[in-house]
Design a protein around this ligand. Structure first.
Ligand SMILES: [Zn+2]
Ligand SMILES: [Zn+2]
Length: 99
């Protein structure tokens, strides 16, 4: 375990659209412009909001350290909490039939 705690306590991000907001983290795929619903899998850590798409979730082995290949694939990006909420809305899968 090598959580870099205390190294950077500043959990804010300067968002072009939303200004200074709480920093959150998502995989690079969720930021790509697409009409496809990619899924939105959240890591339930209130201190460190993180979410990635279904593909990242499938490649991830819980409890295992991240490999370099996996890190490159996920390519985590910092976004503001408002962008995070928007991405969640865009990529959360709806119940079948509820369009
Ligand atoms: Zn992803
Ligand atoms: Zn934003």
């Amino acid at each position: 375990m090598s959580n870099e705690q205390g190294a950077d306590d500043d959990r804010t991000v300067e968002c072009e659209a939303h200004g200074t907001r709480t920093a959150t983290i998502v995989c690079c795929h969720l930021l790509q412009a697409t009409d496809v619903v990619l899924g939105f899998v959240e890591d339930m850590d209130p201190d460190d909001p993180l979410a990635w798409c279904n593909e990242c979730e499938q490649r991830h082995t819980p409890g295992q350290p991240w490999t370099e290949a996996f890190k490159r694939f996920v390519d985590l990006k910092v976004v503001c909490d408002a962008c995070y909420a928007r991405l969640k809305e865009l990529h959360s899968e709806r119940a079948p039939g509820a369009n």
